[in-house]
Design a protein around this ligand. Structure first.
Ligand SMILES: Cc1cc2nc3c(=O)[nH]c(=O)nc-3n(C[C@H](O)[C@H](O)[C@H](O)COP(=O)(O)OP(=O)(O)OC[C@H]3O[C@@H](n4cnc5c(N)ncnc54)[C@H](O)[C@@H]3O)c2cc1C
Length: 416
């Protein structure tokens, strides 16, 4: 069969949405070109574990070519897409042009600093492997430097870790960092009084993990306090020069570390498209996930803006991206056959956030769990979702080791 005559699907992004759609089109009569700037799929929900020295990058990322080595109708191209011409139906990648019959825009999101330039310049954030390793190097270096710093003010600034944003990522980093300090570093920096170390979590609103039910928000606060995380509400950051955090109410905090988890917006490439955008700069799509006026273009995941039945925007979560990837694959199969398109309806699988070893909060099947049971659910689910048997096994062994021996294995400061 001459496969060149088959419809050509270009998928921009090998994240949760793009990967799901690509897999789902495995047996479809189409040719697929999957493009990503990285040669790996990244399991972002566990990226914070790289930043706090719990896992190494290869345990949370998997080569795209390995994932698809048996999928005959797919080729992968590593490169940066810089422009899309919707009228002429092609994407521009690293100077070359790739034409499509159908396009799946699954470019994901990026950190949103809300225009606070000093934060963008001086804060740490996690979005990719590079940023997570940079954060890990910095956190561990602070302990090294503090261990030989005689000036107590300077030492305290090195050991004060400020996290901005009380969403799931901020909560997870705060809990894990507090434990790294109290369980692991305490044993190894005998020359330091690690009681000088502080983990501060600043939230601009009046609640942590705001989208969760009351009982879980309170449980999260309680669990963090138990781990000595200092939580401050209504704390609006206005400036950070690398040494000092300034809040709108005049408070100043001396700190060499600011970790920014307070915002996400659609990927950079989306900003160049000249399409209608909404929410966090995402592409406004039809209920069928098609681009208005361009039915051959589909948008999924963090790059897409769609509202649920109550008129609220769908959250920027992997579960949304995965479900949308499935529906888009189905809709492309239908389009190829000349059938009508199906609208997307999000099925909320529940909420889950971990707050360090032994502690998490979960809302599943209408029930709320917190503490150890929720943590076991979190461990089980994340092991199940990581790609690749080897990765699953290694992560499980790593977590078991940490659990029984209170020891983060990956405390390396590398040259990056
Ligand atoms: C630290 C962190 C923790 C998170 N924790 C959770 C969690 O616990 N649970 C949950 O459900 N969700 C979580 N999320 C959100 C979740 O990861 C996203 O909602 C999900 O990844 C969105 O999937 P996506 O396919 O839209 O985009 P992504 O998975 O981000 O994939 C987009 C892909 O597009 C590629 N790309 C972008 N632009 C270009 C370009 N111009 N050229 C080439 N390639 C490009 C990127 O390299 C990337 O591989 C977390 C996110 C982060 C950052």
């Amino acid at each position: 069969m001459n496969t060149n005559t088959l419809p050509h699907i270009v998928i921009l992004g090998a994240g949760f949405g793009g990967l799901t759609a690509a897999k789902r089109l495995k047996s479809a009569p189409v040719r697929i070109t999957l493009i990503d700037r990285h040669n790996y799929h990244l399991f972002q929900p566990l990226l914070y574990q790289v930043a706090i020295a719990g896992l190494i990058p290869s345990q949370v990322a998997y080569p795209v070519r390995t994932i698809f080595r048996r999928q005959k109708n797919l080729t992968f191209q590593m490169g940066e897409v810089t422009a899309i011409d919707f009228d002429s139906r092609y994407v521009k990648m690293d100077g070359s042009v790739i034409a499509y019959d159908y396009l799946i825009l699954a470019a994901g999101g990026q950190t949103n600093f809300f225009g606070i330039e000093s934060v963008e310049k001086n804060a740490f954030y996690i979005k990719d492997i590079e940023s997570a390793i940079k954060m890990r190097n910095h956190l561990l270096s602070m302990f090294e430097r503090a261990s030989r710093e005689a000036d107590s003010d300077k030492r305290r600034a090195m050991l004060t870790f400020v996290i901005v944003g009380g969403g799931p990522t901020g909560v997870e980093i705060a809990g894990a960092l507090a434990e790294l300090i109290s369980h692991v570093l305490k044993k190894e920096y005998r020359e330091l009084d690690v009681r000088e170390a502080r983990v501060l979590l600043l939230e601009a609103g009046n609640a942590l993990i705001a989208s969760y039910p009351d009982e879980l928000r309170l449980a999260t606060h309680r669990l963090l306090r138990k781990k000595n995380v200092e939580v401050t509400f209504n704390a609006q950051l206005i400036d950070y020069n690398g040494q000092r955090v300034a809040l709108a109410d005049g408070t100043q905090i001396e700190s060499n570390t600011l970790i920014w988890t307070a915002g996400v917006k659609a990927a950079e490439v989306v900003e160049t498209l000249g399409v209608q955008r909404a929410g966090s700069g995402q592409v406004r799509s039809e209920a069928t996930l098609q681009l208005p006026n361009h039915p051959e273009v589909y948008v999924v995941g963090d790059a897409a803006y769609l509202e649920d039945g109550n008129g609220l925007p769908l959250p920027m979560l992997s579960t949304v991206a995965i479900q949308q990837g499935n529906v888009v694959a189905e809709n492309i199969r239908r389009a190829v056959k000349g059938l009508t398109q199906k609208p997307f309806h999000y099925k909320d699988p529940g909420l889950l956030a971990t707050i360090g070893r032994n502690a998490a909060v979960a809302r599943i099947w209408g029930l709320s769990f917190s503490g150890f049971i929720a943590w076991m659910i979190w461990v089980g689910l994340h092991i199940y979702r990581i790609i690749g048997f080897r990765n699953q096994l290694v992560v499980l062994i790593n977590w078991a080791w940490e659990y029984f021996f209170y020891d983060n294995q990956v405390r390396l400061i590398t040259g990056e």
